[in-house]
Design a protein around this ligand. Structure first.
Ligand SMILES: [Zn+2]
Length: 270
């Protein structure tokens, strides 16, 4: 079973506008703004995933305003009930008044994990508010996936640097943490130095165009394939392209299977 652990879809009504805004934000920071490979909808995501041979994609919603928490998680729940080849994580806003209570509620509703985005949500990943959330996530045996490293749409400071992630797992050792973008987007030398061989999972989202393949291979081999998750970041990278990149790294066949499905299935309990 092939599982893309990092993808995005937006409600139909706001999909086009959201795609446009995120591309415009990236164009302010970089000369290589993001490009979309879907129209931003769940339907569009299912199409690119199935044409890449992916059986299940994990959708990662992000609450950017605490007032949206209820709506975003309702849509996430509907996605999961639809059984359509997508599995959505829940989300909450660390600055929301009831952030920790939301972890309990999402656990009760059966969510396997939550997504947090320290740049979109402006919190440091080793802050007390974040640690309180991680403790609750760990208590429920859920997974938390964090955007890690720089973000193409945000200027520094970086809110999820390798040192911060180290402090987080030091404070909450039983936390199942996924650091997106191979541990820290555009901070891969530091990832290689500090995060490799820790218990933190890394996904492979949105790295193909930015990392030296040899460095990606070294990080994956040194870290251990059992803690690497194939993730594309669709609509920002076509899952077919991510898979082609991973294949080009000449990863051992058994390890490739773990990366593309077995590890994710373990985290999702399927
Ligand atoms: Zn993403």
């Amino acid at each position: 079973m092939m599982i893309d652990f990092h993808a995005h879809a937006f409600p139909e009504r706001i999909a086009a506008r959201t795609i446009e805004t995120l591309i415009a934000n990236s164009a302010r920071i970089t000369d290589y703004p993001m490009k979309n490979c879907t129209d931003g909808t769940a339907r569009g995501l299912i199409e690119v995933e199935s044409s890449a041979g992916v059986d299940l994609a994990v959708v990662l919603p992000i609450v950017t305003n605490p007032k949206q928490t209820e709506t975003i998680n309702r849509v996430a729940k509907e996605t999961n009930e639809a059984n359509c080849g997508l599995y959505s994580f829940g989300s909450l806003h660390p600055a929301g008044p009831d952030a920790v209570a939301w972890v309990d509620r999402l656990a009760e509703e059966g969510f396997k994990g939550i997504k947090l985005h320290p740049e979109f949500q402006t919190f440091f990943t080793d802050s007390d508010e974040a640690i309180a959330i991680y403790r609750r996530v760990a208590h429920h045996g859920m997974t938390v996936i964090l955007h890690a490293g720089r973000d193409i749409g945000y200027p520094p400071p970086v809110h999820a640097e390798p040192d911060m992630l180290l402090r987080a797992v030091d404070k909450v050792p039983d936390l199942r943490l996924v650091a997106a973008h191979l541990g820290g987007w555009m901070l891969w030398d530091e990832v290689a130095e500090k995060l490799v061989s820790t218990p933190i999972y890394f996904d492979t989202a949105f790295i193909a165009d930015f990392i030296e393949p040899a460095l990606a291979r070294d990080i994956i081999n040194a870290h251990g394939a059992e803690k690497i998750l194939f993730g594309s970041d669709a609509p920002w990278e076509d899952p077919a392209k991510t898979l082609e990149f991973l294949r080009s790294l000449d990863i051992d066949t058994e390890d490739f299977k773990k990366i593309c499905g077995t590890n994710a299935a373990g985290l999702l309990g399927i």
